[in-house]
Design a protein around this ligand. Structure first.
Ligand code: AMP
Ligand code: MG
Length: 422
């Protein structure tokens, strides 16, 4: 569908603001504006957890390095497996993990072998100890084992030359373990992003200060701090900036060109004291400033020298929704990570949901199994953009498309699951 037809279709929707763009267009514009950093640093693998890998890792060794036993039992040659009845073999030695048997097996012979121990020459099969009868220096085996059973081949996990980890991936504990299994001590990762943020509003007090009448505690700097910490960026908390043109000017100038990203909250509506957009116009460039979404319609994206700028709305839930939909994907791309899309699924919603056509809505939900074991989603209480509890209780967003006009119990809805970095 072209942009024109979308606008024609949605112009009749009562909640649609013609100056706004669709969330998917906003994300595309953000991705188009951003190219990933390439500056690297070398870190020990333990410090590489959650960092973005800067170059491909290929295996220079086989893991495991040699053929070894997957079980405790007896190493034999498959030719000695009976086709019926039982066969008796002579026990000539043992192989432990780290203490291999150095001789060679001949026909009719076997050795005792432990998990992880190297398979001696002449053997190709392990009979597990539960399937063996031992009488002095002999064992008898039945027909329960097949040729090649219970043996791990050299290079079965990683073979020489295999691409093990790809540039642009965020390293998980399993990845760190893989690196260790290859004997790699340090890796190149993309340098940490520098992200600054401040809150705007004369009504804001910081935690620890006294709350006079009409004032509220600033929670956005705390949710932002948490969401940014999960991404492993370098955080610069610039505090609260009052609704004042000059102070706003100074704060913008302080950040411009000195950090990779500046995030503000509040002051992006069209109220008397909302100076964020005009300050960005003055010092930088606005890409877009309204998105057809709820919560979070006023959302400014642009650039301030070399610094990317996100002006998030003031309401606490709007901050988190716009962060997860736009800022987090943007920071991940900027940090050199390969583009990822959130996990979405369609499930029945057991709550009735109110919605007017004209905006994409991100209601907060709990995805869970009902008493019959089927996956369902329900909403988390009141959905106002100031009710942070709705976010704290949630484990997913219920994403309702622009033209949806409400959900009846058991309607199928799209759910975006919180996972990983959320
Ligand atoms: P604004 O976009 O500045 O008009 O703010 C919208 C709403 O969000 C107002 O009710 C503000 O009081 C509230 N708000 C703005 N910033 C914060 C903050 N940092 N913490 C909590 N609430 C905020
Ligand atoms: Mg304000």
């Amino acid at each position: 569908m072209s942009e024109k037809t979308i606008n024609k279709d949605i112009s009749c929707m009562d909640d649609f603001d013609p100056e706004s763009i669709l969330p998917e267009e906003a994300l595309t514009r953000i991705f188009n504006a951003i190219s990933g950093l390439t500056e690297k640093e070398t870190v020990p693998i333990r410090n590489a957890l959650s960092r973005v890998l800067a170059s491909n890792i290929k295996s220079e060794i086989n893991v495991p390095s040699g053929r070894n036993s997957a079980m405790d039992g007896y190493a034999i040659n498959a030719e000695d497996l009976p086709s019926e009845g039982i066969n008796t073999l002579r026990l000539i030695g043992s192989s432990f993990a780290g203490r291999p048997y150095t001789g060679k097996l001949k026909k009719g012979e076997c050795i005792r072998i432990m998990t992880g121990a190297i398979m001696p020459e002449g053997s190709d099969t392990v009979v597990i100890q539960e399937n063996v009868n031992t009488i002095e220096n002999e064992i008898s085996i039945g027909i329960d084992t097949r040729a090649g059973d219970n043996v791990r081949q050299a290079g079965e996990d990683l073979a020489v030359g295999d691409l093990v980890l790809e540039k642009g991936m965020r390293l998980s504990p399993a990845d760190i373990g893989l690196l260790a299994s290859l004997g790699i001590a340090t890796v190149d990762v993309i340098r940490k992003l520098k992200v600054a943020f401040f809150s705007t509003g004369d009504e804001l007090r910081s935690v620890g200060e006294e709350l006079e009448v009409g004032m509220i505690y600033d929670s956005n700097r705390y949710t932002l701090y948490g969401m940014l910490s999960r991404l492993g960026v370098e955080i610069i908390d610039m505090g609260v900036v009052k609704d004042d043109r000059e102070l706003m000017d100074m704060a913008f100038k302080e950040a411009a060109g000195n950090v990779d990203v500046l995030i503000t909250s509040g002051g992006v509506s069209v109220g008397e004291a909302d100076y964020v957009k005009e300050t960005l116009v003055k010092h930088g460039k606005v890409d877009f400033w309204k998105v057809a979404m709820k919560p979070g319609r006023p959302l400014t994206f642009g650039k301030l020298d070399s610094t990317y700028f996100f002006g998030l709305p003031g309401n606490p839930v709007s901050v988190m929704v716009t962060f997860y939909q736009f800022v987090q994907p943007a920071l991940r791309k900027l940090a050199g990570e390969n583009e990822t899309r959130p996990i979405m699924m369609k499930v029945p919603c057991i709550s009735k949901l109110k919605k007017r056509p004209g905006r994409v809505e991100y209601q907060r939900g709990v995805l869970e199994q009902d008493e019959t074991g089927r996956m369902i989603v329900r909403k988390t209480g009141a959905q106002g953009s100031g009710i942070l509890r709705s976010m704290a209780d949630a484990n997913c967003f219920i994403v309702l498309p622009i033209n949806n006009d409400g959900v009846q119990p058991d309607d199928l809805v799209d759910v975006q699951v919180f996972h990983g970095l959320i």
